[in-house]
Design a binder for this molecule. Structure first.
Ligand code: GCV
Length: 706
């Protein structure tokens, strides 16, 4: 078995140099418990590296050594005895402002600076850990001047990464389904990895950007992965031991057919008493092995996975079966709403895949147990470069919903293209499903009220991870920014994605730059900030989606899915293009939205340009809100997008930049950019040629279309 080589791993957003400010101070860690141990170890590691001093106050400490009066940084649990006067006054001020009883709250922290001491105060140890990483992000600014107390806490309780990692190498999908970063961090060729050093480093990176849950295997549960629930449970426990010190709970994807395939029962019918007993016993064993087990992730009746439909039962029956097995232990089931007919007839224009999740799940609102989280892909199709927000998000007020993103770039360049997705996710999280003035997607995911009081508590924000055993974690070193930004947006959905990009650059590149980092910082920002829109320009136009090579989903193939059973069509003909999803003449999908979106999307004149072809079939001469015609827009954006990719490549080749970056990393980014430029030209030429040949309309600017 090949083991991972921890020595050869990129430090990503936690290079030792990023800890310089913290590590050169006198640090006092005040409190007890395993996560406080982690905080202490982080501080100790930084101080050993940069010449500072770290002390640990005993839980019941007293006297000047424990109060932190002689420390530059105090990280203390609010419950700790003998806090110094500065910490006491910050806490008192905070509580007084909240009417005397304010709690800092789970995972939250207060950050302040008084009389030369920086203070991080938290009610629970996870908050201290997050506060420590905040101090790292601030660098020298954390130790300058006075800082009034700031209260930080996550807007969303569950911030989760799903790994689509196979234990065995799958003959088609490989070790990681839709993985573009080498092998799995956890599994290698049918077995758990023996050396979990990299998993520990990964857990640390995740905690530093705010992630607190992971699921460790593919939602397509094949034979070996199914065994993780039973005879391979020890492997799950070993992973949980590594994630736990960073405040991260482990979840497992399970097969709905487990009672049959693992338990030898004749049925997996959710209403069968033997099936219930089987799940209850299996789940009790999981909790014995992993006492803080997070719960199950389930893909049922989807793309060939088994589910309750086989027994004539509903998805509420299916989800509640697992929820009841998990409830005694405080676990949750993440039940995916990605249910659609993947064997439809392309000739049938009435079946619309976009409708499927709503049609299946909206009628079940109110029927799910409190520990069921319905995990909904952010769009109605499948992680396309541009989709409207899924109508399910507005349709199930009595169900706990989690919104699912895809950090792994299945449809956005597969970590061969620079495509910073922060702006896309930020737009979705800030979208108002009931209109711009109402609650946002983030507030649905974050919740705030418990079931029974109106709206259900939020189920969280989830994404499919893009990390693997690649030296740079993510294949393309710049794809690390997506993992980082996802975690930070899940913590603070209102954060500015451009500022998060800078934050990532400042941690990852600036501290290790071989010279003045300013040009590098500037260049990376310029290359990445708008890269999602660049990618959109040279790929499928105006929200129509797909047009990719079937199967691997990389590179252009305009008609690749047009005559397939997958429900992903653009319907281009000689007159026009797009999918009519209107109530008036199409599939009626627009009717799944509440006002105002049901009206906005219904009308080609009001529909945002970038989604026009998602909702409407229009003639090539249709004039967009931008003033351009559809076909001219296609030509223009494809020429522009390919040119923007080329400009990115030229910028990266600037010798002034090359000098500042580690040569191996520079070369890796350069190779990927070469491929991006090649692929963008291919997209440009195939899409432009396709629409020129279909429409016969020449480019108004006379550019060469092959
Ligand atoms: C894990 C798409 C992907 C599949 C993925 C599926 C899902 O269909 O192509 O690889 O399966 O989504 O989200 O379950």
């Amino acid at each position: 078995m090949t083991e991972q080589t921890p020595t050869d791993v990129h430090a990503a957003w936690l290079p030792a140099e990023a800890f310089r400010s913290l590590g050169s101070r006198r640090v006092l860690v005040h409190g007890a418990g395993p996560l406080v141990d982690t905080v202490y170890e982080e501080a100790a590691r930084a101080c050993a590296e940069h010449g500072g001093q770290v002390r640990r106050a005993p839980a019941q400490g007293h006297g000047p050594a424990a109060t932190g009066e002689d420390a530059d940084l105090v990280l203390a649990l609010s419950s700790a005895n003998s806090l110094g006067p500065a910490a006491r006054s910050v806490l008192a001020g905070f509580r007084a402002a909240g009417g005397g009883t304010a709690a800092i709250g789970d995972e939250g922290y207060l950050l302040a600076r008084r009389d030369g001491t920086t203070l991080v105060l938290a009610d629970d140890p996870a908050g201290l850990l997050y506060g420590l990483f905040h101090v790292v992000r601030l660098g020298a600014a954390a130790f300058t001047g006075d800082r009034p107390a700031e209260h930080h806490r996550p807007a969303v309780r569950s911030r989760m990464l799903d790994h689509w990692d196979n234990v065995d190498v799958h003959p088609v999908m490989g070790q990681v389904e839709r993985g573009y970063s080498g092998g799995s961090l956890f599994w290698h060729d049918g077995r758990a990895r023996g050396d979990l050093t990299r998993v520990r480093a990964y857990a640390r990176l995740l905690a530093a950007c705010g992630i607190n849950a992971v699921s460790v295997n593919n939602v397509n549960v094949h034979a070996t992965e199914a065994l993780l629930l039973t005879e391979r449970l020890g492997d799950v426990a070993a992973l949980a031991d590594v994630f736990r010190p960073y405040g991260i709970r482990v979840h497992l994807s399970v097969s709905f057919a487990a009672p049959v395939v693992l338990g030898g029962l004749p049925t997996a019918d959710p209403l069968d008493p033997d099936v219930r007993a089987w799940w209850a016993e299996a789940t009790a064993r999981v909790h014995q092995a992993v006492p803080d087990f997070g719960g199950y992730v389930v893909k049922a009746d989807s793309e060939g996975q088994p589910g309750p439909f086989s027994y004539g039962r509903s998805h509420a029956d299916g989800a509640n079966l697992l929820a009841r097995a998990l409830a005694p232990f405080g676990g949750e089931v993440h039940w995916r709403a990605f249910v659609y007919d993947h064997r439809q007839d392309w000739r049938d224009r009435t079946t619309d895949r976009a409708r499927a999740a709503f049609d299946h799940f909206a009628p079940l609102d109110g029927q799910f147990d409190d520990n069921v989280v319905l995990q909904v892909k952010h769009g109605p199709m499948d992680f396309q470069t541009r989709e409207p927000v899924s109508p399910v998000i507005a349709a199930m007020p009595r169900t706990r919903l989690a919104v699912e993103f895809q950090v792994t770039q299945e449809y956005t360049g597969q970590q061969r293209h620079v495509c910073y997705l922060g702006p896309m996710w930020s737009g979705i999280l800030g979208f108002g499903p009931w209109g711009p003035e109402g609650p946002t997607v983030a507030s649905v995911a974050g919740g705030g009220t418990e079931p029974g009081t109106g709206r259900a508590a939020g189920g969280g924000i989830v994404a499919v991870s893009n990390a693997g055993d690649d030296r740079y974690w993510t294949g393309h070193p710049l794809a690390q920014a997506n993992l980082y930004a996802f975690g930070r947006l899940a913590w603070a959905p209102g954060a500015d994605p451009a500022a998060l990009l800078d934050e990532w650059i400042d941690l990852t590149f600036v501290p290790v730059a071989a010279g003045d980092p300013a040009p590098l910082r500037h260049a990376l920002h310029a290359m990445m900030a708008g890269s999602w829109r660049t990618y959109e320009r040279y790929t499928a136009p105006l929200g129509v989606g797909f047009m990719v090579r079937p199967g691997d989903h990389y590179g252009p193939d305009v008609d690749g899915y047009e005559y397939t059973p997958w429900g992903t069509y653009h319907f281009a003909d000689r007159d026009g293009v797009g999918v009519d999803r209107t109530r008036a003449t199409g599939t009626g999908f627009t009717g799944q939205y509440p006002a105002p979106w049901s009206q906005v999307y219904e009308s080609p004149g009001r529909c945002p340009d970038e989604l026009l072809l998602f909702f409407h079939h229009v003639p090539y001469g249709h004039v967009l809100r931008s003033g351009s015609t559809v076909v001219q827009h296609i030509y223009d954006t494809h020429f522009d997008g390919a040119e923007e990719a080329a400009a990115m490549r030229r910028r990266w080749a600037d010798p002034a930049l090359t000098r500042l970056v580690d040569p191996a990393l520079h070369a890796r980014v350069g190779e990927r950019l070469d491929e991006q430029v090649r692929c963008a030209e291919e997209w440009r030429d195939q899409v432009n040629a396709y629409f020129f040949r279909k429409s016969g309309v020449p480019d108004a600017r006379g550019r060469r279309i092959p």
